[in-house]
Design a protein around this ligand. Structure first.
Ligand code: HEC
Ligand code: HEC
Ligand code: HEC
Ligand code: HEC
Ligand code: HEC
Length: 236
């Protein structure tokens, strides 16, 4: 490979050789600049979740194993097909452990740990419901990344005795109107609110989507914020 490269190199005109040298130097300087401390945002995957503009990278990312030269080399080998797996570059990915360190909620109506149970195998395979980041991808600059229709993976059989809603749940479900659920219910049950009984009082799908995308909450006050969570954890 090196011999082939040298033959090719010698066949280039001095001008071409010089252009390649400069290209290489610029690439190396660019790479080094990118890795200097304080330049983290340059290689962030994208803007953070709406609530996380002040959350430090290291609150969620442990440094990835190995040094960056090794990581870069392995990723190059991966890109060229020599190695099967890419390394995590600079940061290891974050998961439930990091999220829950700041967002524990003992009253969560949908705690992720519950979804490890066998009855949720299909929902796990379809949507990864056992992981916060399946529904809250971090670097999109939004609040919630999952489709509101995610409810369909677990609530197909939901039916209420004496359903108080003007269009009963069984009808909503048989008509596959999964986009309506978040119009009356929040997901984690963390908001102080009266659940409407009339479809005309439900949030529209556009109102739901603007909230998921990072707009103001139409659900009212939250019971627990991160600061309260931290106090709760200190008491334990
Ligand atoms: C609140 C937690 C959180 C914060 C804060 C955060 N990240 Fe992330 N980051 C994640 C998660 C989760 C992923 C996995 C992909 C996803 O869900 O978006 C990720 C993915 C990445 C990736 C891709 C990693 C890979 O191996 O594929 C990079 C690079 C990255 N983050 C850099 C940063 C930088 C730089 C900052 C600070 C400016 C930062 N992140 C802040 C949670 C976070
Ligand atoms: C170092 C603490 C910290 C970590 C770790 C953290 N968050 Fe946050 N998060 C915050 C703070 C602070 C806010 C904004 C204030 C608040 O929500 O109480 C926030 C806000 C949010 C919001 C928006 C809340 C809203 O309605 O405004 C979501 C969604 C969220 N975090 C999910 C996650 C997920 C998912 C993870 C794991 C990838 C995570 N957080 C990790 C501190 C953290
Ligand atoms: C199956 C999808 C799903 C999973 C898994 C999930 N969320 Fe959410 N999350 C949502 C939806 C939908 C909303 C918007 C409705 C609401 O506010 O409850 C939301 C809202 C939030 C909010 C803002 C409202 C509030 O309750 O303060 C925070 C913070 C949050 N999620 C954190 C987390 C954390 C931390 C995890 C993991 C422990 C997690 N979520 C797992 C779907 C999910
Ligand atoms: C991974 C499975 C899963 C997903 C996805 C899911 N749920 Fe649930 N949900 C459950 C389980 C389990 C319960 C508790 C047992 C029950 O009542 O069915 C529950 C309970 C509820 C309750 C009743 C809570 C209470 O305290 O009475 C509401 C309301 C609810 N879910 C709404 C939703 C909405 C809205 C969505 C979609 C945004 C959704 N769920 C998505 C599994 C899920
Ligand atoms: C028009 C408002 C409205 C819509 C739309 C709506 N619900 Fe409800 N839901 C209610 C009310 C009211 C209750 C009963 C009071 C309560 O539990 O909060 C309820 C109760 C529930 C319960 C608790 C059941 C139990 O046995 O206690 C679940 C689970 C639920 N809804 C899921 C869903 C799902 C999934 C969807 C989407 C197909 C949906 N809801 C759409 C208003 C609504």
């Amino acid at each position: 490979m090196i011999a082939a490269f040298l033959i090719r190199w010698k066949s280039l005109t001095p001008d071409q050789q010089s252009a390649y040298r400069w290209g290489l130097i610029v690439a190396v300087i660019g790479g080094v600049l990118l890795l200097l401390p304080g330049r983290e945002s340059w290689h962030a995957a994208g803007p953070r979740n709406i609530g996380h503009t002040k959350t430090a990278c290291l609150d969620c990312h442990a440094p990835a194993p190995g040094n960056f030269v090794g990581q870069a080399f392995n990723n190059l080998m991966h890109a060229t097909g020599v190695s099967d797996s890419a390394s995590h570059f600079i940061y290891a990915p974050a998961g439930n452990e990091q999220c829950l360190a700041c967002h524990t909620n003992p009253d969560d109506r949908h705690p992720v740990a519950k979804f490890m149970e066998p009855e949720f195998t299909k929902a796990r395979e379809a949507m990864g419901v056992q992981s916060c980041v399946s529904c809250h991808q971090e670097h999109l600059g939004i609040r919630v990344s999952v489709t509101p229709r995610v409810c369909q993976h677990c609530h197909e059989d939901t039916a209420l005795d004496d359903d108080p809603v003007d269009v009963p749940h069984t009808t909503l479900i048989s008509e596959q109107r999964w986009g309506t659920c978040l119009g009356c219910h929040d997901f984690h049950g963390n908001h102080e609110r009266t659940v409407p009984k009339l479809m005309s009082e439900a949030l529209t799908e556009a109102q739901i989507q603007q909230y998921l995308d990072g707009g103001l909450s139409p659900y009212g006050h939250r019971r627990l914020t991160v600061i309260q969570t931290m106090r709760l954890q200190q008491k334990e």
